[in-house]
Design a protein around this ligand. Structure first.
Ligand code: FAD
Length: 308
């Protein structure tokens, strides 16, 4: 069994965690250890590390997990079934366990561009959860993804919630949520999953609003998330002309607008965190995007830090 059970901590209090991605360059990797040290000053309960669908970055993922362990925090590795065989999954998970990584976010992963299957032995995250429990018993604490607005490809929100229940029945321990800026929808979903018998703790994924193009693309490039009115007003107010995706924008006030947008975005993010916390959720999982300065502002001003 995992030495640290996050679900036990979640019974006592709301937890705090961060999400990082393995940098693609050596320079990025070197910088990341400093970022981890800064983030650890907030004594997060865990730091999770993304996994490239298809396993392309598995080496770097394991390296980052080890850096997190060395920094004294629990690493949670993300893991997907994309292009993974049963045998491949088993040997990768054994390698994680041998390195002391016994927390996992069990995902299906996004299909490779232009394809409409996982290209591996499993079709869904539910299959992966069942497989981990069958092969490894209680050795891993297992998180699964939940989408408050419904996964982009789901038949209906109700069907997606049934999938979540199936993940629980197959042995998952807690939920990490997809970004959701629509608070009314989040409340509806939270109520609906409880009514459907999903009792797993909910660790809310919060995407900090720091950059206009990134904010729009996070919402729309894959996830179909609603950009609610309060946020769309901020985007409009500081709109970079001709558009935030332009490589050479002609906006005279470019730098000022970027700075003003980030300031307003941080204030908005903090308000969102307040709203989530007041709903009695079990944790805040900040997508740190490998940044620590902006995250520091968010943590300090939100009063979320659990450090003494
Ligand atoms: P599933 O739960 O399998 O669901 C996929 C779709 O299939 C849904 O529409 C669901 O309703 C449907 N479905 C599921 N089971 C069944 C069934 N039995 N019958 C019929 N329909 C079914 N991706 C990465 O590649 N790497 C990462 O590191 C990563 N990190 C993430 C972190 C978080 C917190 C979240 C929320 C997502 C992350 N993702 C990551 C994205 C994720 O891989 C995608 O959202 C992916 O498209 C779905 O993964 P899932 O685990 O939710 O899939």
């Amino acid at each position: 069994m995992s030495a640290v059970k996050l679900t036990d901590i979640m019974k006592e209090r709301q937890i705090l965690s961060f999400e990082l991605f393995p940098p693609k360059t050596e320079k990025g990797m070197n910088n990341l250890s400093g970022t981890i040290d800064h983030l650890c000053e907030f004594r997060p309960d865990y730091i999770s590390v993304t996994y490239g669908a298809g396993g392309g970055n598995v080496g770097a993922n394991r390296e980052v997990c080890n850096m997190i362990k060395k920094a004294g925090t629990v690493p949670v590795t993300h893991f997907t079934v994309i292009r993974n065989t049963k045998e491949g999954i088993k040997s990768q998970l054994e390698a994680y366990l041998n390195e002391g990584v016994d927390h996992i976010l069990a995902l299906r992963g996004d299909f490779p561009r232009g394809e409409n299957s996982t290209g591996g032995d499993f079709r869904y995250a539910t299959d992966l959860v069942r497989f981990i429990r069958r092969e490894f018993g209680e050795k891993f604490e297992i998180a699964v993804a939940g989408s408050p607005e419904g996964h982009i490809a789901c038949r209906s929100l109700e069907a997606d919630i049934e999938v979540l229940k199936q993940k629980q029945d197959n042995g998952a321990d807690y939920i990490m949520t997809q970004l959701c800026w629509n608070m009314e929808q989040f409340k509806y979903w939270l109520d609906a999953i409880r009514k459907a018998g999903v009792t797993m703790p909910v660790d809310v994924g919060v995407m900090p609003v720091l950059d206009q193009a990134a904010t729009i693309s996070m919402a729309l490039s894959r996830n179909g998330c609603v950009i609610e009115r309060e946020l769309s007003r901020i985007i409009s107010k500081y709109w970079i002309f001709p558009n935030p995706f332009d490589k050479e924008p002609f906006d005279d006030a470019l730098e000022q607008k970027k700075a003003d947008f980030k300031k307003a975005g941080i204030e908005y993010t903090i308000k969102q965190i307040d709203r989530y916390r007041s709903l009695g959720i079990n944790g805040i999982h900040l997508y740190a995007l490998n940044k620590w300065r902006d995250i520091t502002d968010i943590i300090n001003e939100s009063g979320m830090c659990t450090c003494v």
